[in-house]
Design a binder for this molecule. Structure first.
Ligand code: AMP
Ligand code: MG
Length: 540
């Protein structure tokens, strides 16, 4: 098939609209990604989309409209919630799922009784639909399974010769596919995160459920596309969770190992602009934007994955991404590209150290030279006090999540083990008297500990001087305390440092319960080792 390449002009769009009206397929730019469109009311035309992409027929398409009247022709039971969302976010990168009307052919919706609809804000997309005069069904204009196209060149590479026409337009501003929200039932369900964030949707709706994106084969998929491997470059993508030095060391080891391999593998790193220098002396490094700019990373992500493929790399190491705001969409696409391939270096380091400590007869071999008892004895000698219970002060930032959990876990364990240590906690930038965060409380309740009585505290000089040992969550906390009370620096270190680990306990604040549980698990493991060390050192 010869593909007609059209320009992004009134004339080009006019021709493209004629193609659509006559049942042909057209690639066109939208604000999210390039789309591969056909008349949504023409079953035969829609069939050509699936053929061109090699798309499984049970993965439904999104229908693109250019007016609310068009919506009334294809969908029914538009709820008040949906109307609020349409008012606020249409035209724009939000797809809504409604009960479908009979004139939408079954192959558009993969036989479902619902239809996905979007009103794009891109001028070209709008003009094309308007001129064609029919709704346009369009998935992303890539070969099925490849990263979505955000530049004309991506679609050209995948679909030239497989479609009737293509409009050559701008790069896509948003860069990931639309947010998909199912408003066909009683409670709206977020099926795919995107530029219109969960938080933005929550400002309009009283309840939104986040759909599970990890569907097993025997479940009926809520959003059919979810069960397919998506956005995957040729290379293997691996997410590395951990501190920068840990990640660097891991990659270094992998490179050394792979170089000795007969099948030499080309390793690369996809990371934030700020971190490129860290890895550029090791391997091919591509930046997808700034740590502080989710929009930039979102719009570069797919292009970066394709760029790495063009460089013929075999492995792409990529960083952990949070699920706050727009980052949720970046996380979703990147983790899907990784197909669940996530290596938690913190977890691995804690486990390895646990083995080392429990196997070691000679504890001095496993722990640092300055044992806690020595530190405490020196402090005691200086302070000239002879208290019965020694105190450990856990420090985080706000004293509402990490350090209260650490305190709770430590005190429960210490009591069980019968060691004369008790913990308290405080924050470097804390308000006084705030309750612990709801998710911390829940995560602790899961392991039978109640920290609901805890009230947050800002650190004070007295608190810091009275504590026998001050354990922080991250090096930043330690550095901060060292500038405030340099005279106590000997007894200040991260919880991990105390058991000779170079990891930090990151802030779960604002994340979902899973992240709090992950943080609690990390603290549980670390504190178990701290207590083992206190016991072995005869600190009691
Ligand atoms: P694409 O345009 O390639 O990103 O694909 C459209 C995606 O929208 C599909 O993969 C589904 O996840 C989602 N979708 C489309 N129609 C429906 C529907 N009726 N119900 C649930 N999800 C849908
Ligand atoms: Mg797609």
């Amino acid at each position: 098939m010869i593909t007609k390449i059209l320009t992004n002009t009134a004339e080009g769009i006019e021709t493209a609209a004629e193609y659509i009206k006559s049942g042909k397929t057209v690639v066109f730019p939208t604000e999210t990604v390039y789309g591969l469109g056909a008349n949504a009311l023409d079953e035969n035309a829609v069939k050509k989309i699936f053929e061109a992409k090699g798309r499984p027929s049970d993965n439904p398409l999104i229908v693109h409209i250019s007016s609310i009247e068009m919506l009334d022709d294809i969908a029914e039971n538009i709820s008040d919630d949906a109307k609020k969302l349409m008012d606020k976010f249409w035209p724009g990168p939000l797809t809504l799922i409604f009960k479908k009307k009979a004139n939408i052919p079954n192959n558009v919706t993969a036989g479902l009784s619902t239809v996905a609809v979007r009103f794009p804000s891109s001028n070209t997309a709008y003009e094309l639909i308007e001129k064609a005069g029919v709704p346009i069904a369009a998935p992303s204009a890539n070969l099925s399974g490849k990263p979505s196209p955000t530049r004309f060149s991506h679609s050209y590479e995948d679909l030239n010769g497989r479609v009737d026409a293509m409009i050559k337009g701008e790069s896509c501003e948003v860069g990931v596919e639309s947010t998909v929200l199912d408003v066909s039932g009683d409670t709206p369900v977020l099926l795919r995160p995107g530029k219109i964030t969960l938080e933005k949707i929550q400002t309009l709706l009283s309840e939104v459920v986040v759909g599970s994106s990890e569907l097993s084969d025997n479940q009926t998929p809520m959003s059919p596309g979810m069960k397919y491997k998506h956005y995957a470059p040729k290379a293997e993508v691996i997410i590395l969770k951990g501190s920068k030095p840990q990640i660097k060391e891991y990659i270094k080891n992998e490179i050394d190992e792979k170089l000795n391999d007969s099948a030499e593998k080309k390793i690369s790193v996809l990371t934030f602009k700020e971190n490129v220098a860290e890895f550029s002396d090791l391997c091919t490094t591509v930046s997808f934007g700034s740590l502080t700019d989710s929009s930039e990373v979102m719009s570069n992500l797919f292009n970066s994955l394709r760029e790495l493929d063009d460089m013929d790399v075999d492995i792409i190491y990529a960083p952990e991404i949070s699920d706050i705001g727009e980052w949720r969409a970046v996380q979703n696409r990147l983790y899907k590209a990784a197909g669940g391939n996530i290596i938690d270096l913190n977890e691995a380091a804690v486990t390895a150290q646990a083995e080392k400590i429990s196997e070691s007869d000679n504890i001095a071999a496993a722990v640092n030279e300055n044992s806690i008892t020595e530190i405490i004895d020196e402090e005691k000698a200086e302070n000239n006090s002879e208290e019965e219970l020694k105190t450990i002060l856990f420090i985080c930032t706000g004293n509402t999540c990490r350090s209260p959990m650490a305190e709770g876990i430590f005190n429960a364990e210490a009591e069980k083990e019968g060691i004369p240590f008790r913990a308290s906690s405080a924050g470097t930038y804390a308000y006084n008297n705030l309750p612990v965060s709801e998710n911390s409380e829940k995560a602790m309740r899961e392991i039978g500990l109640d920290i609901s009585k805890h009230k947050s505290r800002q650190i004070t000089r007295t608190m810091l001087s009275q504590a026998d040992l001050i354990l922080t969550m991250t090096e930043e906390h330690t550095e901060f305390l060292n500038t405030v009370v340099p005279e106590h620096s000997k007894k200040i270190m991260t919880v991990a440092k105390y058991i000779d680990l170079d990891i930090s306990v990151e802030d779960p604040y604002g994340n979902n319960l899973d992240e709090y549980i992950r943080c609690r698990n990390q603290l549980q493991k670390i504190i178990k080792l701290i207590i083992m060390k206190l016991k072995k050192n005869g600190g009691c």
